[in-house]
Design a protein around this ligand. Structure first.
Ligand SMILES: [Zn+2]
Length: 265
């Protein structure tokens, strides 16, 4: 599913320098105007001390209390408790005794109502390969493992449950890779994404669960026109599904912890 929010990404070092620049601007200008704060993607992130009143303390407490259980289920997990949210890096082997290891990178924001962000990579001694584009969000290639409206997992819920859901999502990707077909029902609401990704013999991505794409929406989607659908999709969600460089660098061990800037943050 595409992401509607225009989220931007920074490396921690860069964010610090932007924060310092903001602080300097404030000290010379006295105050910053609301409109000025909306300019510049990297400056939209509030500094930790500005954000602290927005933090949902209960959510943070739930996550931190949950870590023991998480470590038991996913022993190789690493965790970073930052002022704005919890970062987790979780290697897992979703199919027992297989040689396929997946590394999940997850950010669980503390402020109320902000959506989580997560990415998945097949990991081996050869490196890290992004898992997508099927069932990832545009434009950042993050995991889309469930519809938020389905309440499969909500902010503050158990982290192990989230990781388990992601593991099932990874197994479905393995099925796609080996068998050539996405298994089970799926949500692909935009016709362009259906035309680009859903195969004839898969379940359609519309609300009409139970029918194959070729027997459901495909002809209607084709009639809408590939180019006009592409324009509509790109205007709403961006041009492509590409993992932000700061995310990839961090996973590969060549960059600092990323900073995610939400539009309302
Ligand atoms: Zn359909």
């Amino acid at each position: 599913m595409p992401s509607k929010a225009a989220i931007s990404y920074n490396a921690l070092g860069k964010e610090k320098s932007d924060a310092e620049r903001q602080a300097k601007t404030r000290s010379t200008a006295g105050s910053r105007k609301r409109t000025a704060r909306r300019q510049g993607a990297s400056r939209r992130c509030r500094e930790a001390r500005d954000a602290s009143p927005l933090i949902n303390a209960k959510v943070r407490k739930n996550y931190l209390r949950d870590l023991k259980r998480v470590t038991k289920a996913y022993p190789a997990i690493k965790v970073w408790d930052t002022p704005t949210g919890l970062w987790l890096r979780a290697p897992a082997m979703p199919v027992q005794h297989s040689n396929r290891e997946v590394t999940f990178l997850i950010f669980l924001p503390y402020p109320e109502g902000l959506p989580l962000k997560a990415w998945a990579f097949w990991s081996s001694i050869m490196g890290y390969t992004w898992i997508g584009p099927r069932h990832t969000n545009a434009p950042d290639g993050s995991i889309c493992a469930f519809e938020p409206g389905d309440h499969s997992w909500q902010q503050g819920d158990k982290i192990v449950r989230l990781l388990d859901i992601f593991c099932v999502w990874a197994v479905r990707h393995l099925h796609l890779e080996k068998i050539g077909r996405w298994p089970g029902y799926q949500a692909v609401p935009h016709p362009y994404e259906r035309l680009m990704e859903v195969q004839d013999n898969e379940y359609c991505g519309c609300d009409n669960a139970g029918r194959r794409y070729a027997d459901c929406c495909k002809q209607d989607d084709l009639a809408l026109g590939h180019e006009s659908l592409r324009h509509d999709f790109e205007a709403k969600y961006g041009h492509s599904k590409v993992v932000p460089k700061v995310i990839k660098n961090f996973v590969e061990g060549s960059g600092p912890l990323p900073v995610i800037c939400y539009p309302s943050f």
